[in-house]
Design a protein around this ligand. Structure first.
Ligand code: APR
Ligand code: ZN
Ligand code: ZN
Length: 361
């Protein structure tokens, strides 16, 4: 039986998204049909709609989602109908070299649902990041579903499926922030603010938030930043050094994705410190550094993929900490909106006063 549901579709490059009726098939082997309860609006959705990812229009947007499993296909044992789940981008194979070495976020053989969701006229949809959750129901691989405690709000849970996990994971997984460390976070949008929260969770003694926007710095301070630096007014490298006794931070997390902020991150770390790159640059961006500085400063330059997370380990843990009051995630939900307000949320992204707009169904 196919399901007809309402969904947000990007039909062509740069065109505003439209609310459409789509057809979602029943789950095939290894798949799950999920009744979506909430889905955050992420920059990557806007990139899809602008044609910045690829040209496989029409796209079914939305990928930061939580919902309830409605039915499962043959052979699915890890999740069952009624489970409250957070969706992740890709079901990993568990068998390739990356998976076997314990780094499934680099898996060579990830797969999404094989059955296709379509427009009413039968045109195949490309689900954003293999999910497509700005929809009342969506079809995913069962391996993309992680069961978490039902007591969490769907809006908060969904955010762990992308931006918030990317930021928290950059701190606790990639950066390996530890008790007493000094951390600087450059760029405090949704991802950077989550890196602040992750650093706080990990017990960092000093958390220096850097942004060009005063509102973002205020939010970062509420979320655990011990110092804020407005890099429109102050040289952030100087400021971070000054705040760390002249040395630089143990871990610097870059969450903007621009050459100048990559460079700031590089020079703001202590000798042998770690730089974690979460901000995604565009293909044409370049960075030039004196080789002697690269050699002489030691330490590590790491990029963070999806917060280097293991969904089955990290999602339930973070939801539990949140429910215990030890991890403030409510602040990330700036506003809840309806399915037909996604285009408006894209416009609001440019104003800088939103960490996340979340569609609640
Ligand atoms: N210096 C410091 N902060 C800056 C600068 C700059 N030169 N330019 C922009 N910013 C700040 C913005 O003010 C904003 O607060 O960076 C933040 C970016 O946040 P968002 O636009 O909300 O983006 P976010 O969702 O947090 O993602 C950040 O991480 O995962 C990647 O693809 C994502 O590259 C993007 C980055
Ligand atoms: Zn995202
Ligand atoms: Zn694999």
């Amino acid at each position: 039986m196919a399901h007809q549901v309402r969904a947000v579709v990007a039909r062509g490059k740069g065109a505003p998204v439209s609310l459409e009726t789509i057809v979602v098939p029943d789950p095939g082997p290894g798949e799950a049909l999920v009744k979506v309860e909430a889905c955050g609006v992420c920059h990557t959705d806007l990139h899809y709609r602008e044609g910045g990812i690829n040209d496989d229009f029409p796209f079914l947007l939305g990928h930061e989602a939580a919902g309830v499993v409605e039915s499962v296909g043959e052979g699915v044992t890890d999740v069952a109908p009624g489970d409250f789940v957070i969706l992740n981008w890709r079901a990993v194979c568990g068998q390739c070299r990356a998976c076997l070495r314990g780094r499934p976020w680099y898996c060579f053989d990830t797969h999404n649902a094989r059955q296709k969701m379509t427009l009413a006229d039968g045109t195949e949809l490309s689900p954003a990041l293999g999910i497509g959750a700005f929809a009342e129901k969506t079809l995913v691989a069962a391996g993309q579903c992680t069961k978490v405690d039902r007591a969490a709000s769907a809006a908060v849970a969904g955010l762990l499926g992308c931006g918030v996990m990317a930021g928290i994971g950059a701190a606790i997984n990639t950066g390996n922030v530890g008790r007493g460390d000094s951390v600087a976070v450059i760029g405090c949008g949704g991802v950077g603010a989550a890196a602040v929260v992750g650093s706080h969770l990990a017990g960092a003694a000093k958390i220096i938030a850097v942004d060009i926007d005063g509102h973002k710095l205020e939010t970062a301070a509420k979320l655990g930043a011990t110092h804020t630096v407005n890099s429109r007014e102050t040289d952030p490298v100087e400021a971070i050094r000054e705040l760390t006794g002249g040395f630089g931070a143990d871990v610097v997390i870059e969450a903007v994705g621009r050459p100048e902020t990559y460079k700031q991150a590089f020079y703001a770390r202590d000798l042998a410190g770690t730089v974690v790159l979460v901000g995604v640059p565009t293909p044409e961006m370049k960075l030039e550094l004196p080789l002697l500085d690269v050699f002489g400063r030691g330490g590590a330059l790491k990029s963070s993929w999806y917060g280097d997370c293991l969904p089955s380990r990290d999602f339930p843990m973070l939801i539990d900490l949140h429910l215990q009051g030890r991890l403030d995630l409510d602040a990330f939900v700036t506003e809840t909106i309806a399915l037909d307000e996604v285009e408006k949320a894209f416009e609001r992204m440019h104003h800088g006063d939103v960490l996340r707009s979340v569609v609640v169904l």
